[in-house]
Structures are given as structure tokens and as C-alpha cells.
Design a binder for this molecule. Structure first.
Ligand code: ZN
Length: 82
């Protein structure tokens, strides 16, 4: 068995860029918020993401969606009842 403890397993929080390096227990606790260092940063990123998402939605709502009209070729249905 190769029990190699990954040393210097550093990770940076994408929100506050805080270097995350702790004991295994601390890592396990931080794993809940991975890849963020804390719940605060996780919520911040989630909020930013939602904010951007809503902006995109509002912008798309402003633009009229040009629905491609399905041109149904009027086929002459001549009922040759004769
Ligand atoms: Zn953070």
C-alpha cells in the first residue's frame, strides 16, 4: 500500500483567493464548501452567478425572440370527387 499523504495540497478560494491549506480534518470541513474556503465565499459566488444569470435572462427577455415561422406550403388538396 502506498500511503502517500499529499503534502502541500494547496488550493485557492476562487472568491477571496485565500490559500486553503489545513489539516485533514480542516480539509474535510472545507470540502463541504469546495472549491470555496468557507460558506460565505460559496454563497457569494452563488449570488454572483445568480445575479449574472438573471441579467442574462432579463436581457434575453428584452429582445424579441424571432420565432421562425413555419411556412406551411398550402398544398392544393383537390378532392377529385367525380
Ligand atoms: Zn474564500
Amino acid at each position: 500500500m502506498l500511503g502517500q499523504p499529499d503534502k502541500n495540497m494547496k488550493h485557492q478560494c476562487p472568491v477571496c483567493h485565500k490559500t486553503i491549506n489545513g489539516t485533514n480534518q480542516e480539509r474535510a470541513d472545507q470540502a463541504k464548501f469546495f472549491p470555496f474556503c468557507s460558506q460565505r465565499c460559496k454563497l457569494m459566488d452563488l449570488g454572483a452567478w445568480l445575479d449574472g444569470k438573471y441579467k442574462i435572462i432579463s436581457e434575453s427577455q428584452l429582445q424579441k425572440q424571432e420565432s421562425s415561422e413555419l411556412r406551411g406550403t398550402s398544398s392544393d388538396v383537390t378532392s377529385g370527387n367525380h
